[in-house]
Design a protein around this ligand. Sequence first.
Ligand SMILES: [Cu+2]
Length: 488
Amino acid sequence: MNGSAWGSGEGVSRRLLFTGTFAAAASAVTGSFSEAAVADRPGRARRPGRGMALRAKPATVSLGGRKVATWTYDGMVPGPIIRATAGGVVRARLVNDLPAETTVHWHGIRIDPRMDGAPGYTQAPTKPGRAFDYVFKVPDPGTYFYHSHVGTQLDRGLYGPLVVADPHEPLGYDEEFVVLLDDWLDGVDGTPDDALRRLNSTTDHDDTLRSTLLGGVSAEIRHPFHLINGRMAEAPEVFNSRPGRVVRFRVINAAADTAYRVALGGHRMTVTHADGFPCGPATVDAFLIGMGERYDFVTRLGAGAFPLVALAEGKGARAFAIVRTTRTARRPSRDVKVPELERRLLAYADLRPRRADALPRPSRTVTVTLGMRPSGNEWTLNDRLAADPLRVRVEKGETIRIVMDNTSPMWHPMHLHGHTFQVRVGDRRGPRKDTVNIKPRERLSVDVECDNPGEWMFHCHNLYHQEQGMMGVLGYGPPSPRNRHMTH
Ligand SMILES: [Cu+2]
């Protein structure tokens, strides 16, 4: 697929570019991102000329207080917001101007396996100088993101938000903001590859990175910066609104190695969606969000300027942005105390699924043990590493229960491609999710309806654990050579 359907880059010229935080005020929904609307609405899918290009390339970008050389989509961090409508089609041409192979993974989307961006599993990576056309249906509304799935590229600037609108949106709100969280080291402490090499060559890990919420050692690497929408706390993102407005925040954790505790000073938050799926509502003061997770919350804004903070768990640092509803209010300082962080915290048990999202009862159980080898540099699934991965074999049409038993001394945000599972909360059905945090010594079960045949990555979304082996497969039927290194 190429050529005519793309209308010679028309999609790119249709982009509305917003730069800086003042321009963001002009648009109710974009923050300071550029926006690329790429959906074909159902029934209009044959309209020609729709689509967009996504150019992966090295660039020097400003994080606010500092410029860094990194790898980006379209020269910006984060990459452009991609907006689609549920039931529509996304057409995005990846153009690879990096000096390395790359892919785009559409995190959380129930996708055609050939479009999943999982190198060596469902597609070959795209070589430097080449392009690949991602064309896929987005069946479910919600908050998602896209990122490279090659090596440590996610810990560069290769990520951006993917928002799928609900054509029958039941939630009432006046406007929405996307809040993309990230930990940053690229171009400051070398590259993520350097960080991985350092990690692999030491047995003396930094065990001061601890969080009681996460049950002990919380992280592997002390990233120097924590960002909201690509901005450091020194020059924060400002979300401009008006007093009394009901605002939907779409919060995405695109970090490599950091869980964040998120709160909006002076406000409670009503969590309405987990990993894109409606649930709750649950009114809390703060929530913990692991790598790869997303939460949507709504709140009615007061009058003033409020800190939106994301505490980097166990790292003694935080990301910071400002929500402003009056022009004259004094700007909160980036180290302002936010008591909401210490108050009522969201738990998975608070997230009640809709009846429509209940999955069938599972017919069997598979146990997956999350482990660590004694070096502390290899993370395993049933004692296997990525090079010779655990393969959970399933058949189309069955529902299985995966019991994840964490015997390792760290927590893991486990992510399954191509599906959303149902988290078990005690003996009842919990939220539909695609990424779930499992603390040390915890056992947590998820039910998976096997309705999307393919070879799907099942892995820890701590990027460094993933690169240190914590990668398995959920595969349909007997493994076949065709399933590995599938070409396009
Ligand atoms: Cu992990």
